[in-house]
Design a protein around this ligand. Sequence first.
Ligand SMILES: *Cc1c(COP(=O)(O)O)cnc(C)c1O
Length: 397
Amino acid sequence: MAEPLAINGGTPVRESLLPYGRQSVDEKDINAVVEVLRGNWLTTGPEVEAFEADFAAACGADHAVAVSSGTAALHAIVHAHAFGPGDEVVVPALTFVATANSLLYEGATPVFADVEADTLLLDCNDAESRLTSSSRAIVAVDFAGQPCDYDALDRLSAARDIAIVADACHALGATFRGKPVGNIASATAFSLHPVKHVTTGEGGMIATADPAAAETMRRFRNHGIDTDQRQRLARGAWYYEMNDLGYNYRLTDIQCALGRSQLAKLPGWIARRREIAGAYDRAFAGLDAVEPLAARPDSGHAYHLYIIKLRPDAISATRDEVFAALRAEGIGVNVHYLPVYLHPYYRERFGTGPGLCPVAEDACARMLTLPLFPTMSDEDIRHVVDAVTKVVTAYEV
Ligand SMILES: *Cc1c(COP(=O)(O)O)cnc(C)c1O
């Protein structure tokens, strides 16, 4: 007899809930923050430039601009490219809402494209079929930490005279054919939220090779004003001008110090994420009902998320039943994401509904995100493998 499932009154695989992602903060990080708190600059100080320089180096970019969130990074990119009313921008259906919302902030129109069934990355053929004479750009979302097919996107960009911008909020540390994400698209957004690779609490970064765009985005994060407080202090002058409408999207020195300290650990963390993903791949290869996402051989995957799809013909339970059973076993599974156009706001505003992107909808109905973060122990990994095996076996047909 197999162990009864925890959801049916059996003993759970583990007592405490293992989250799907979490930050790793050590004493070095804490000391870096405390040092800033003892100093003169809590914001617009020297840590901001230092973090930007470290970040640019880490992702092979000429310029990095620190902002208050990944969403602010996307908004700054949309603003710097001047996407606005009448402009269409193609975004994948399967992403966090902020990818599309950032277009709405500037009055541009998101046009949803479907994803590839095996990787859940933007389907470039489907994206092409949704281009019109109003299309200005495609947003490449490096879903789960795997880069999009930037070769195909570059061809589309040249053939149709559109920009390729990237939402790499999942993909800090990833590479496409040896090139780091951050040095491929015209501008790339990163998030520094605690579930992402490196955190500043809340925070974001834009990487770009375009110095003019970087300047525009630096003004945009500071109300559209041409100088910041420290530059004026250095000049002994009070005068400044606002030439453009911006926001207060600044990242503090407290946060930048934390970010710098965190960034130094990125290579080791990526290695550990890949190790955990490899352990899952091996463990699930023998389970008929479990289909991990495909990894492209030409990519360096950053594994922000480890996602499986359930094969409906091999399991008698729904995804929501498997989700509940795994939560009961102590595994903090999640779902990434409901296709953006199925959220009530988008349905009401754009009249979208089921059927628009069938591959994304099918994936959403079958997918589960398993725990993955670099400080997971080998025992944590074993708990995930044991719980998935236990639940899937109990429901196998
Ligand atoms: C996290 C995330 C964002 C938003 O980042 P925040 O820092 O939370 O604002 C945008 N797009 C994607 C794909 C994300 O995962």
